[in-house]
Design a protein around this ligand. Sequence first.
Ligand code: GLU
Length: 448
Amino acid sequence: MDVSTHIEAVHAEVRRRNPGEAEFHQAVTEVLSSLGPALERHPEYVSGGIVERLCEPERQVAFRVPWVDDQGAVRVNRGFRIEFSSALGPYKGGLRFHPSVNLGIVKFLGFEQIFKNALTGMGIGGGKGGADFDPRGRSDGEIMRFCQSFMTELYRHIGERTDVPAGDIGVGGREIGFLFGQYKRLTNRFEAGVLTGKPVAWGGSHARTEATGYGTVFFAQEMLATRGKSFDGRRVVVSGSGNVAVYAIEKVQALGGRVVACSDSSGYVVDEDGIDLELLKEIKEVRRARLSVYAEVKPTAHFSARGTLYDVPCDIALPCATQNELGRDDAVALTKNGVLAVAEGANMPSTPEAIEVLRGAGVLFGPGKAANAGGVATSALEMQQNAARDQWTFEQTESRLAAVMRDIHTECRATADTYGGAPDDYVLGANIAGFLRVADAMAAQGIV
Ligand code: GLU
């Protein structure tokens, strides 16, 4: 069978077997459309059924999460853990608590995670999980009871050598603490390496909180350097205002860039003075309030509940909010305003149509599985420190993170070049480089 017929057959089977899972289909399409040149060179991956096997998760777990709210009412959510690929190491990937979570969302995230984790060069497989639980407006007690109930099912599926969850949207240090406490209680083991993203005081890694945002900026910095440019003096917009966005803003500012806009699901704020990071952190992390509060406090800022922050002229855009937030019209607005680079801090934030517009206009485009790999890479560093019962300094850890991001950037370019793309075709480079690492391991491990 020729390669394109093979890819189309796998694709058709994925759509047939996973009806209605639009985001999963999108993630698979994006990867499969890059794999042609790799499969031409490696016909053994076609005969070995590598792509078919990669598109089918090794294990899918869905479970009931019952809990009691502060009024005494019984609530029921649905929890998931998709253990997608263990070719390179224990399943690894975050947990997302958000009302939009469903099987298709968790599968898209788990699929992306396989290639992202492979790109880090570290021994981690791919997985993802979460629940359709909405943490917004919930008390600490409710969050704790939910996390305890979630872990009461999840604990039997995870372990430091089996599957290592971490955070994602809606899951930060507080939730990881409650989840870890319940795991410890159920198993009677202080198994530090079973979860990453732990607070630094009891097994967490320095720089893990900052890692995804910092890593995205490091990746963008590498892309800009290939055209003799940098963040210094540049206008930047960062979508989102959660963990990834906050630390992307911090690093952009440290490199001399000016972040003029950021957003949350209620709208976006423009501050020509540059976003005041301490104020933003206070509003989002301490008060857990909406972004409009920023403009109420800061006279130079204005908040808009309508439109998009991609209309704000900028040199660099870092989408750090959520999937499919940057559409075709946003991409057109960005290119009209002369954007130089877009690096994805979130998972799959740009739609396929947006990517086409950006790349067609010659904009440097860093896809999430390369540009946001710094978070999970630092999780792997946390696992290393846990295994060694050690803790590195912030500087040591950050310099390891920076080196990982540089290596991913170099590998993407080299791979794109080897497989017939332009060196700055980071989509092709990331997909093929990640795929080859997983495919080699799968081929060596037999049909499992
Ligand atoms: N949720 C993050 C991601 O999308 C981090 C996963 C992890 O650290 O395991 O990569």
